[in-house]
Write a protein that binds this ligand. Structure first.
Ligand code: AMP
Ligand code: MG
Length: 477
């Protein structure tokens, strides 16, 4: 039985300097880990065909399916604030694009598919850990209702990848609205290639922001989409961990699940990434870092904003300056829902900030505290429950102005019962390394309905014990 994709490739039709056309590098012995049935069906793919030997060969990069036009994309980017003029897919191959059942164009990309001309001191491969991590966390994000790339499949390679030690190799199939990044624009801007910049902007507008009528409107649309995205991250305690400009999408989807993590107990300065020594990408720095990244996009787009450079700079600057207000509005909308507030009260931001400050002082678990607002158990999350009680008086008074049913429904849909806690992700990876995929499967399945937990999954809501706490996460390269 063959696996058939209805490819409709648009990126491959862009000029040759956008990519290197090449096939993925085959692996020794492809083995199936998991195919995401619901997503496969949404993409018009047959899950059974993907799980067949022919399907797994495609997912491992051993066979290029008909209609694919495989390529590695070129991009650049600021990494930890430092300029890298030449990045690109160093361990990924875009097979092509398909139109899903809702009419949306989706990239299908293999990650861990071998070296490319853009590989940077690396083998172009991935090991099992980061592949399972991205599978779990990106699908959890999707179920939380947060824009994200998705996990179509994970396969093993039958090969060993050398990191701190040898690990089993794996390939991840990533689905995305596109893989166009702020860094893709920077790549051409840095080369003074206005023609490519224009072609990229036209492509990105048609694909992601069709209402935008030019580069300035594109900038505004990306600012809006990213403000919404990062506000949503803040609402679930998500720390991306590596918000480089090459990991900031034009579509507004979360991309690149490397050293990312969800917080357990709340602290605004939380950092997990082993390489983020100075906390550049800490939880509470994310809006400012996003602003910085958007300023880089604005700079890259300037050549497309007309002959009058002064006027272009003025307009782009005005757009970037609108970000803080936009973000604040998105953030407030997210936290209002979490507090069950459906109307706008003048003190709502202060109310939310006050709760967060008390949570930090009281070492309250982020997810469990918000979820427990529904059943009155939130005070137990605090070292000193009285600190919560004092806040709750004001909250109860404010909530009296809301329709109780609607308020509860908002909270139930905004405060997940379960998130992919680090120690559970690590546990699933450790088990898989010894051949037991049951914890991985269980996690994926529980996280598919994060607002409605099955009784048997209660234990997944428990924060880590002192021994279980994961203090550092890694890039996975
Ligand atoms: P990331 O930190 O995942 O955003 O990756 C930054 C850059 O390093 C990208 O250009 C990647 O393609 C490249 N890279 C990451 N891991 C590898 C690897 N194992 N082999 C080759 N290139 C890599
Ligand atoms: Mg990246």
């Amino acid at each position: 039985m063959g696996v058939s994709f209805s490819f409709d490739n648009s990126y491959a039709a862009l000029p040759a300097r956008f990519y290197t056309k090449m096939a993925p590098a085959p692996v020794a012995r492809p083995g199936l880990i998991k195919v995401n049935h619901a997503l496969a069906e949404a993409l018009g793919l047959d899950p059974a065909a993907l799980e067949s030997a022919a399907g797994v060969a495609v997912l491992a990069g051993n066979a290029v399916p008909e209609g694919a036009d495989p390529l590695a994309q070129a991009y650049a980017g600021h990494q930890f604030g430092g300029w890298s003029p030449q990045l690109g897919d160093g361990r990924a191959i875009l097979l092509g694009e398909v139109i899903d059942t809702e009419g949306n164009r989706r990239d299908i990309q293999l990650k861990g598919s071998g070296p490319t001309p853009y590989s940077r001191m690396g083998d172009g491969r991935a090991w099992l850990g980061p592949v399972l991590r991205e599978y779990i966390v990106s699908e959890a994000m999707h179920a939380l209702g947060i824009p994200t790339t998705r996990a179509l499949a994970a396969v093993t390679t039958g090969e060993t990848v050398l990191r701190e030690r040898p690990y089993p190799g794996a390939v991840f199939t990533r689905v995305a609205a596109s893989h166009i990044r702020v860094g893709t624009f920077q790549f051409f801007a840095a080369r003074g290639d206005a023609e490519a910049l224009q072609a990229l902007a036209d492509h990105a507008i048609a694909r992601h922001h069709p209402q935008a009528n030019g580069a300035l409107a594109l900038l505004d649309a990306v600012i809006a989409a990213q403000a919404r995205l990062v506000a949503a991250w803040m609402g679930v305690g998500f720390i991306h961990g590596v918000m480089n400009t090459d990991n900031t999408t034009i579509s507004g989807e979360t991309i690149d699940y490397g050293p990312c993590a969800f917080m357990d107990s709340y602290h605004p300065e939380t950092v997990y990434s082993s390489i983020d020594q100075f906390g550049r990408y800490a939880y509470n720095r994310q809006p400012d870092i996003l602003l910085w990244n958007l300023a880089q996009l604005a700079t890259a787009l300037l050549p497309l904003m007309g002959e009058d450079r002064e006027a272009a700079i003025e307009a782009a600057t005005a757009s970037v300056h609108r970000f803080p207000g936009l973000f604040q509005a998105e953030w407030l909308a997210v936290f209002r829902r979490k507090l069950g507030l459906l109307t706008d009260g003048p003190e709502d931001a202060a109310l939310a900030q006050d709760l967060l400050a008390r949570m930090a002082a009281g070492q309250a678990d982020f997810t469990n505290t918000f979820r427990a607002l529904l059943d009155g158990g939130a005070r137990d999350q605090f070292l000193e429950p009285e600190a919560f009680d004092a806040w709750a008086e004001g909250w109860e008074a404010r909530r009296k102005t809301e329709d109780p049913e609607a308020s509860r429904a908002a909270m139930a849909g905004a405060n997940p019962a379960v998130i992919p806690r680090n120690h559970r992700v690590e546990e699933a990876i450790a088990a898989a390394l010894s051949g037991d995929y049951a914890p991985f499967e269980r996690l994926v399945s529980a996280l598919a309905t994060p607002f409605a937990l099955a009784d048997g999954d209660r234990d997944l809501t428990r924060p880590p014990t002192e021994n279980e706490v994961v203090r550092q996460t890694f890039c996975g390269t």
